[in-house]
Ligand binder design. Structure first.
Ligand code: SF4
Length: 460
């Protein structure tokens, strides 16, 4: 089949998108012809001079809140969304897939609605972190999509395309919701997890690499997370923690270097240190084979990141680590189920910096149960460690999102949902306004103690 895979804004366009490239690698191996549409980077490139800041993470609520999106963003990108519709139609594709996450769901829906209206025969499927049961139910009721991939996309997409290519009926396709040949909606059971060691190396050669704001490629060591922080959907989405082998990871770096001259890598995993043994083995191979690679990514605070391991990481090319510290209050860390002590944060951050690896960290304001005193404790921690941080990401105040323990256990946290971001605790001790005030204070405080903040649009 002729298949398109599309990725829409807004996501900081550092590198080509990994998700659709991974799916593309697998379905191409099955003989399909694939076109990739990175309209996230394309639209950014078109309007960056005047509106590039809209791709900053702090601006994601503008893309996610429908009324704000319609008023402030849609007029700026409308032309490009219709260009995408035309591009897709001009390629005479049999099927088109969209990767959906929180901040691109509105632009993606606009493109899907128009494709459906103009070319009803085109098979449309969706995948990505935002695709869940409520969304699939709604889209099938409106007959806007032909299939929704729940969870990891590689094998399920392959089977959906195989099903559409054949006249044979099937009882179900694991991991997919789809219209069968009689027009009934079939909900496939969950698909067993993929062994990511079997996946091919993603091929970024189809992207216009000049459009990206950094020179590296994204690489995946693992899927999933070893922790179960209550506000985070990573563990629910990926289900269990799986890794490639150390040899495979180094070979993937080598492949990109040998084929494209790229030796900078953004590790996109939930965490690079889910398996410290693997991390160390990978560093050993890089050092033994004397490669010059530069890489960075997220880590979980852990006393297993010893000074010796951190030094080895630095020698093997780790330039910075982004820690999901979230809070300087042990009470809040416990409520989040971060499963580490404040003392571990202090030690890990100091050891990292002393190993010559830059320390970046994320702070998450407004977890239910965070008091004003707990908030002060976070500011105090930032002050104590200020000489160790290169950059802090204050992000946006906490959203209560689906597929998290918090969302599934609102009563346990005394939370009442409101529209969009406007949840509150039942006793009003934590409201949208209180979170905005704390977030504002945090940003001012970071400025005051002279710590660079926020994700820049360009790195490396
Ligand atoms: S916040 Fe980080 S450590 Fe916690 S579950 Fe999510 S990815 Fe894992």
């Amino acid at each position: 089949m002729k298949v398109g895979l599309a990725f829409l804004p807004a996501w900081i366009p550092y590198n080509p998108p990994l998700g659709i490239t991974c799916i593309s690698a697998v379905i191409e191996r099955e003989g399909h012809e694939v076109s990739l549409f990175d309209y996230n980077a394309y639209i950014y490139d078109q309007i960056k001079d005047k509106h590039g800041e809209l791709w900053l993470m702090d601006e994601s609520p503008k893309w996610a809140e429908i009324e704000v999106f319609k008023k402030e963003i849609y007029p700026l990108i409308k032309t490009y969304l219709f260009k995408l519709v035309k591009d897709i139609l001009s390629q005479k594709l049999d099927a088109i897939g969209f990767s959906i996450y929180n901040s691109n769901s509105h632009p993606t829906m606009i493109v899907i609605q128009n494709l459906r209206r103009i070319f009803p025969e085109l098979k449309i499927f969706i995948s990505g972190a935002r695709v869940d049961e409520p969304l699939a139910t709604e889209l099938f009721k409106l007959k806007l999509v032909d299939a929704a991939i729940m969870g990891e996309g590689e094998q399920t997409t392959t089977e959906i395309l195989e099903y559409w290519s054949s006249d044979e009926e099937r009882d179900e396709i694991l991991g997919a919701v789809y219209f069968n040949k009689s027009g009934e909606v079939i909900w496939g059971k969950k698909r067993p997890l993929l062994n990511i060691k079997d996946l091919p190396i993603p091929d970024f050669s189809k992207f216009d690499l000049d459009r990206y704001t950094s020179n590296g490629f994204p690489v995946e060591f693992s899927r999933g997370c070893v922790a179960k922080c209550t506000f985070c959907s990573e563990t629910n989405y990926w289900v269990s923690f799986r890794t490639k082998s150390a040899r495979q990871i180094v070979d993937e770096f080598k492949y990109h270097y040998d084929n494209y001259g790229v030796n900078q890598f953004r590790i996109v995993d939930s965490l690079m240190n889910g398996n410290h043994r693997l991390l160390e083995d990978m560093c050993d191979i890089i050092l033994e084979e004397k490669h010059t690679f530069y890489w960075h990514g997220f880590c979980r605070i852990s006393n297993k990141l010893t000074p010796a391991l951190l030094k080895k990481m630095r020698d093997a090319g780790c330039t910075y680590i982004n820690y999901g510290i979230e809070s300087g209050s042990q009470n809040v860390l416990n409520l989040m189920k971060k499963r580490y002590k404040l003392s571990e944060i202090l030690e890990t951050v100091k050891h990292t910096k002393n190993s010559n690896i830059e320390v970046h960290a994320q702070i998450l304001i407004g977890f239910p149960g965070e008091t004003w005193f707990n908030f002060y404790e976070t500011l105090r921690m930032l002050k104590i460690l200020r000489g160790y941080f290169t950059r802090i990401y204050p992000g946006i105040p906490l959203s209560v999102t689906r597929q998290t323990y918090l969302y599934d256990n609102l009563d346990e946290y005394n939370v009442k949902l409101g529209s969009g971001e406007k949840w509150r605790t039942k006793n009003f001790s934590n409201t949208y306004t209180i979170r905005l005030i704390r977030h504002w204070i945090l940003k001012k405080y970071l400025k005051y103690i002279n710590i660079t903040q926020g994700y820049p649009l360009e790195v490396e």
